[in-house]
Design a protein around this ligand. Structure first.
Ligand code: WT7
Length: 658
């Protein structure tokens, strides 16, 4: 098992501290005791159809109620709430308009160079209707996939809700991906339109998003794309292709403020979101309407214990699932105030996050361990300069959090009084799966604690059998849940193989394999240890090592490449590439820089190798398989443990060591 991760077994094994919710917090919360959590879990387990059916009827608006809660007759293809008709845009907007929530602030946007916008639910509803009408006016309708390649501006959320409103699945592509990566996704998803911006502000630079779109569309490489809608953000001069490109303000602003929501079948596709796997190109994770809506709604309500006056801020980008579920859909479906921030902390603005918390009196803050570790490094002097007393609850997501960072987060940011919810989940799960409930669960630093009610998580061996307490194994989910992914876009085989057939349960049951390793302690707490496949997690960003390898070997000078993760104090993992060059090419600084730039062009800056090690040969087995275990040990300077007898050429090892 790959043990490259920041939650080192030693630090986690030594972790004995338990933090219980304060009486004050617990007494005001919705799920206010651990026994209540157990009761809910028991209810969900003994009668899942009733549990999920009741929740779906109570929490969502239905144009037509469903007939069946779960159809699992054709696993691994689940149907949830079959026969029902609903719309997530309606659930996030229209249903709040008849209550006092109508005039409550739905979205606070904090722009990078200091601009700011606020939308009440009423205003957001109007903007979404106008955008939906504009999409219709350029020929987008139910079932047409719309790609979004945008900065963190309100129009990103508006566009998502507008697509959902008219039944056009969206596919958000993170603005930090390159034009090559964008093109792959446009082709795979058969996108009919793209929504982008003239540029985005990132740190002190302008990211030329529209130029990248033009580049991705060059030479008719994406024949399905008919139109491009461009939000003006940076006022940078860009090329506009007449007949294909439209300015957002020119076609959206003049539209009617009314647009009825399309009545969607529960299982109609809501969005496709690409994520990295251990093989091949990124896969399009398919989520559907009702199940995803329920899961993002319910998990948000349970985990953040949202109250009327909360101001909630999640620092993710809408290009990731966290932004989908916990900036846009979960908060808005609950009628909460959600903050969207365009900036990122950096040396010139080390207090940027704390400034936002102070300014908007944020009460719930949700961020990644990488960010916390970076703040720890710059010292508590910086957050200490800000008034963070509005905070009442803190969350983390994306990677294991080391106990040291957890304690720092609690003491320095939370003033010792805020519960921390360490939420484990994935693009595939739609919403959080394992997490404390802040008013109910005693927490242990570094543990995501327990599965949410209705989630039957387990740690198993390769036969799918539960392993004893404190023994490592594969993290799995043994029962379908509403927010589960429904398919890999256009690739059923990959869906089966990656998630449902990787482990071979002796009873042939379908269990969902998450790709993570975990252990459960004697009290039932889950400790997620990190990926066990060839996926690495760099600053909470998920990358397939094979994707980076393909990018490297597509360079003319490269013969072979192998990429591994190396534990990194700040980023969780860093990227180390072992590269053999073609004859004639010389290993030097120049080629090192060229290759790094090449990966940035092929995938994006997040995939840039931290280090490239040039070598004459890679360690392989006799059957030609690269022995990554050895490379991982070499990359992190560890002893090479375990069997090396299968190595084809033992002299490779000595050379690599030097
Ligand atoms: C992978 C999923 C879920 C939204 C962000 C990432 C890792 C996620 C935790 C956590 C330990 C975590 C896992 C998982 N991960 N949350 N709380 N503790 N590991 O979504 O890009 O789909 O990545 O992130 O390895 O498999 P994603």
């Amino acid at each position: 098992m790959n043990s490259d991760n920041s939650n080192s077994i030693e630090s986690v094994l030594q972790e004995q501290r338990v933090f219980s919710p304060s009486d004050d917090f617990a007494s005001k919360s919705r799920i206010s005791s651990f026994s209540r959590y157990l009761e809910m879990s028991e209810m969900a387990k003994s009668d899942p159809n009733k549990f999920w059916g009741d929740a779906a009827r109570e929490e969502l608006h239905w144009f037509k109620c469903f007939e069946k809660v779960l159809d699992w007759s054709n696993p691994p293809f689940a149907k949830w709430f079959d026969g029902g008709k609903t719309n997530i845009s309606f659930n996030c907007l229209d249903r709040h308009l008849s209550s006092s929530i109508a005039d409550k602030v739905a979205l606070i946007w904090e722009g990078e160079p200091g601009d700011q916008k606020k939308y009440t639910y009423k205003q957001l509803h109007k903007e979404v209707c106008k955008a939906a009408n504009a999409l219709k006016s350029i020929g987008i309708g139910k079932g047409d996939l719309v790609a979004l390649y945008m900065p963190m501006v309100p129009e990103a959320a508006i566009a998502m809700l507008a697509c959902a409103r008219i039944g056009a699945p969206h596919s958000v592509v993170f603005g930090g991906f390159s034009s090559e990566a964008l093109r792959d996704r446009l082709i795979n998803g058969e996108a009919k339109a793209i929504i982008t911006a003239d540029g985005g502000f990132r740190k002190d630079k302008v990211i030329p998003l529209k130029d990248a779109v033009d580049c991705a569309l060059e030479g008719d490489s994406c024949p399905n794309v008919e139109s491009v809608l461009v939000v003006q953000r940076t006022k940078k001069t860009i090329a506009m292709d007449k007949g294909r490109d439209y300015w957002w303000h020119e076609i959206v602003d003049s539209q009617s403020e009314e647009c009825l929501s399309e009545e969607m079948d529960s299982e109609d596709c809501l969005f496709v979101l690409y994520t990295s796997g251990s093989t091949g190109k990124p896969k399009g994770v398919v989520h559907t309407t009702a199940g995803y809506n329920l899961w993002s709604h319910l998990t948000f309500k349970w985990i953040f214990d949202i109250r009327e006056n909360d101001v909630y801020w999640c620092t993710a980008d809408v290009g990731w699932i966290t932004g989908h579920s916990y900036i846009v859909y979960g908060p808005l479906s609950n009628g909460a105030t959600t903050v969207m921030y365009e900036g990122v902390p950096r040396p010139s603005k080390p207090g940027a996050f704390w400034d936002v918390i102070q300014k908007h009196k944020i009460s719930i803050f949700y961020t990644a361990p990488t960010a916390i570790r970076a703040f720890m490094k710059t010292g508590k002097e910086i957050p200490d300069q800000y008034d963070l007393s509005s905070l009442r609850l803190l969350g983390t997501v994306g990677e294991p959090i080391n106990p040291e960072a957890w304690i720092w987060y609690r003491d320095v940011i939370g003033g010792g009084k805020c519960p921390i919810v360490d939420t484990w989940w994935q693009t595939e799960t739609g919403g959080v799966m394992i997490s404390p409930l802040p008013g109910a669960t005693p927490t242990k630093p570094g543990s995501a604690t327990f599965p949410l009610p209705g989630i039957e998580a387990d740690v198993v061996n390769s036969d799918g059998e539960s392993v004893p307490d404190n023994e490592g194994g594969y993290l799995v989910v043994k029962r379908p849940w509403p927010g589960m992914m429904r398919n890999v876009y256009g690739d059923e085989k990959r869906f089966r193989e990656s998630y449902w057939e990787y482990l071979k349960p002796t009873d042939n049951k379908y269990i969902y394999f998450a790709g993570d390793g975990a252990r459960r302690d004697e009290e039932g707490y889950f400790w997620v240890m990190g990926r066990v496949d060839d996926v690495i997690n760099v600053s909470g960003h998920r990358l397939g090592t094979m994707e980076i390898e393909s990018a490297l070997v597509s360079h003319e000078s490269v013969s072979e490449a192998a990429v591994v993760g190396r534990p990194d104090d700040l980023k969780g993992e860093s990227i180390v590439a072992f590269v053999t060059l073609k004859t004639g090419a010389e290993a030097n600084k120049n080629i090192d820089a060229q290759l790094k730039k090449h990966v940035v062009n092929e995938i994006g800056p997040i995939a840039k190798p931290d280090e490239i090690k040039f070598t004459d040969a890679l360690p392989k087995t006799r059957s030609g398989k690269i022995m990554r275990r050895i490379l991982r040990a070499l990359a992190s300077g560890d002893e090479i443990s375990g069997d090396t007898s299968t190595l084809e050429d033992r002299s490779v090892l000595d050379k690599l060591r030097n």
